[in-house]
Design a protein around this ligand. Sequence first.
Ligand code: B16
Ligand code: MG
Length: 217
Amino acid sequence: KNLGLIFDLDGVIVDTAKFHFLAWKKAAEEVGFELTEELNEKLKGVSRVDSLNKILGWAGATVSPEKFDEMAANKNADYLTYVDKMTSEDILPGVESFIREAKAKGYPVALGSASKNAPGILKHVGIYDLFDTIVDGNSVTKAKPDPEVFTVAAKALNVAATDCVVFEDSEAGIEAANNAGMLSIGLGSKDILTEAAYVFGEFTEIELSFIETQTTT
Ligand code: B16
Ligand code: MG
């Protein structure tokens, strides 16, 4: 069977979403805006620059290009202080064994993340070598919900889009997977990931055999 598995990073493999939230919350305070968890959903899977643009828009604030770059750099530095403390224990339940089972069956595995920090985070938690290919914020230009990150990953895996399954925790990422013509599996809440083909709370609930029955060839 032909099957390519593509994993988002933040919110799927590791719970860095909470670190992004804390760092963006601090950045937003600088322009007098209180970032709520609800609004933060709109930042998941969205690139650093696009995230800051959204926050400034919500705040009704305009800043100079220099200040913009400074805010983005500070946010990332702040975020990395949390990342530095991560270990293999920060890998979300069930996802590593799921990937290992898929690899043992010969299915190629890719990372499809918007994050420029993706390789560093994977090395930090010790699973960098699990991936056949890594497509991240350094290698694509168009952000989710554009399908680019996933179509580039599928090409690298040499698997047709219709045989690819994407695991995502964000609204933008589910939309990107659907736009790519791939099967979208949401990790999180059914109320938020309404466009996903299936939604699970976490990887411990997902059987590889179920995923295998869902693609076409
Ligand atoms: P960075 P994913 C995304 O990663 C995050 O969900 C999003 O919150 C973040 O702004 C984006 O990466 C960029 O991250 O600042 O590290 O380049 O969910 O696509 O793995
Ligand atoms: Mg994510």
